[in-house]
Design a protein around this ligand. Structure first.
Ligand SMILES: Cc1cc2nc3c(=O)[nH]c(=O)nc-3n(C[C@H](O)[C@H](O)[C@H](O)COP(=O)(O)OP(=O)(O)OC[C@H]3O[C@@H](n4cnc5c(N)ncnc54)[C@H](O)[C@@H]3O)c2cc1C
Length: 396
C-alpha cells in the first residue's frame, strides 16, 4: 500500500497523520472540486498500520458501506442478570470494516491522483507564518500554502488518571475448529460479564460460523494489563461457547485506548491555518468512544465548506445540550454511584433500539433527549448534574 514520495517542499494541503481521519480527508479532497490541489500525507507508520476494525451504525447509505466486511440488522443486548434481548434495528444497519480493506480502497483511489504524495516521517512540530504554515519532520520541513490538518496532537486524557474515562479494550479475532457462531446477529453489549460498578462488557462480532471478533471493553478510567483482557476473553469463550483454548486459533489481536473526554479545543473554523481533525480534533463522541462515521460526516461537511469558501463554517457544529449530556454521562461513570451496565440496561429496556441508536449518534431532538433522560437511574444522574454544576460544568 504505497503512494509516491514527496517531490516538492510546498503543498496546498498537508495531512499531519495518515491514519483514518487524515486519509479520509485526502480521499474526499480527491473526489472534490479541489482534486487538482497538491496534498502531502505525513505519518510515522506505513499506511495501514496499526490494523483495526471499524464499526458504525446508520439508517442511511454511507460512503464506505460497499466495502463493509459484514453488516447486521439484529443485535443482542445481554443484561448482567441474565435477560437477553435480540434487537431488530431496521432501518439501521450495524457494519464492520477491517482497516486492511478500508486502507486498500482509499489508497487505490488516492493513487489515481499524481498530486497526492506520502512521506513516512516523525513530525516534531508545526509553525505558522503569515503566508502559510510548516510541518517540521525528521525528514525535512514541508510548507502548506492553505492548511495543515493535524490528527497527531493528543487530546488531554491521561492514561493513569482514573477520573479520565477511556474506552479501553482488547479484541481477538478467532477461528474455531468447528462451526459454532451464528453470524446473522452481533452482540453489542454483553453485560453478563459485569460484576463491578465499572462499565465493562463483551462485544462480539461473528463474521461466519467459524470466525468472530471478541472484544473485552471497559468505559472506565482504570487501564488493565493486556494479559487481564486476554484472560477475560478466554474465560468468556469457555463460559458462553464452551470453547477451550485448543479449540480455536487467534488470527488477530487489536488493542485500543480511546479518550472519552470532551475536547477542550476552542471551536475551529476554516479561518485557521492549522486544523485538528480525528481523535485529536475532538471527533470521538465522548459518551461512546465511536468516531469512524462521525469523522466521515464531519470531513464531508468540511470539504463542502472548503469548496464554497465558507470560512465561518464550524468544524464541529456546536450543540451545547448534547455536549452537556455527554458530560453528565461521563460524570456518572466517574462517580460509580450506579453500575455502568445499569444505565445502559435502563435505557435499552425503556426505549426502542432505533431511538437509542439515533440518540447515541446525536440524531435525536432535544425533546427526545429530555424524554430519554427520564428513563435513566434518577439519583446517580441528579448527583452528577449537581457535581458538574458545582465545578462549572468541568469534568475532573
Ligand atoms: C483498535 C481500535 C479499534 C477502533 N474501533 C472503532 C470502531 O469500531 N468504531 C469507531 O467509530 N471507532 C473506532 N476506533 C476509534 C477511532 O475510529 C480510531 O482510533 C481512528 O483510527 C482514529 O482516527 P485518527 O485519524 O484520529 O487517528 P489514527 O487513525 O490513529 O491516525 C493518526 C496517525 O498519526 C500518526 N502519528 C501520530 N503521531 C505522529 C507523529 N509524531 N509523527 C508522524 N505521525 C504521527 C500515526 O502513525 C497514525 O497513522 C477504534 C480505535 C482503535 C485503536
Amino acid at each position: 500500500m504505497n503512494l509516491p514520495g514527496p517531490s516538492q517542499s510546498e503543498y496546498s494541503f498537508i495531512m499531519a497523520g495518515g491514519g483514518m481521519s487524515g486519509l479520509s480527508l485526502a480521499y474526499y479532497l480527491a473526489k472534490s472540486s479541489l482534486q487538482k490541489e497538491s496534498i502531502l500525507i505525513i505519518s510515522q507508520d506505513e499506511i495501514g498500520f496499526p490494523k483495526k476494525t471499524w464499526c458504525y451504525w446508520s439508517e442511511e447509505e454511507e460512503s464506505f458501506d460497499k466495502i463493509a466486511n459484514k453488516s447486521w440488522q439484529h443485535l443482542w443486548f445481554h443484561e448482567a442478570q441474565g435477560t437477553s434481548k435480540l434487537l431488530a434495528i431496521q432501518p439501521f444497519t450495524y457494519s464492520k470494516i477491517s482497516s486492511d480493506t478500508w486502507f486498500t480502497h482509499v489508497v487505490d483511489e488516492l493513487k489515481k491522483h499524481p498530486n497526492i504524495h506520502f512521506l513516512k516521517a516523525n513530525i516534531h512540530q508545526f509553525s505558522y507564518a503569515g503566508c502559510g504554515s510548516t510541518v517540521h519532520t525528521s525528514r525535512g520541513n514541508f510548507h502548506a500554502r492553505h492548511k495543515i490538518f493535524d490528527s497527531i496532537t493528543p487530546i488531554f486524557c491521561e492514561a493513569a488518571n482514573e477520573k479520565h474515562i477511556k474506552q479501553h479494550f482488547l479484541g481477538w479475532t478467532i477461528q474455531s475448529n468447528f462451526p459454532i457462531f451464528k453470524d446473522e446477529s452481533a452482540h453489542l453489549f454483553d453485560f453478563r460479564v459485569a460484576f463491578e460498578k465499572e462499565c465493562e462488557f463483551m462485544y462480539v462480532l461473528p463474521t461466519s460460523n467459524r470466525e468472530a471478533l471478541f472484544e473485552y471493553t471497559y468505559f472506565s478510567g482504570k487501564i488493565r494489563t493486556k494479559e487481564q483482557y486476554r484472560e477475560k476473553i478466554k474465560n468468556y469463550l469457555l463460559a458462553y461457547y464452551n470453547l477451550s483454548h485448543e479449540e480455536y486459533e487467534i488470527i488477530e489481536e487489536e488493542y485500543g485506548i480511546i479518550p472519552m473526554r470532551p475536547s477542550s479545543l476552542p471551536p475551529q473554523n476554516l479561518h485557521d491555518k492549522i486544523l485538528r481533525i480525528g481523535t485529536s480534533g475532538g471527533f470521538v463522541k465522548p459518551s461512546t468512544g465511536y468516531s469512524f462515521l462521525r469523522t466521515q460526516h464531519l470531513l464531508t461537511d468540511l470539504i463542502k465548506n472548503l469548496e464554497s469558501k465558507n470560512l465561518n463554517g464550524l468544524m464541529i457544529p456546536e450543540n451545547r445540550f448534547k455536549a452537556w449530556l455527554d458530560k453528565v454521562f461521563l460524570q456518572v461513570l466517574i462517580d460509580q454511584h450506579v453500575a455502568g451496565n445499569e444505565v445502559f440496561e435502563a435505557l435499552f429496556r425503556k426505549n426502542n433500539p432505533q431511538k437509542m441508536l439515533r440518540f447515541l449518534a446525536e440524531k435525536t431532538s432535544w425533546k427526545e433527549d429530555l424524554g430519554l433522560m427520564t428513563t435513566v437511574p434518577t439519583m446517580p444522574f441528579l448527583r452528577a448534574v449537581i457535581s458538574l454544576a458545582w465545578r462549572k460544568n468541568q469534568l475532573p
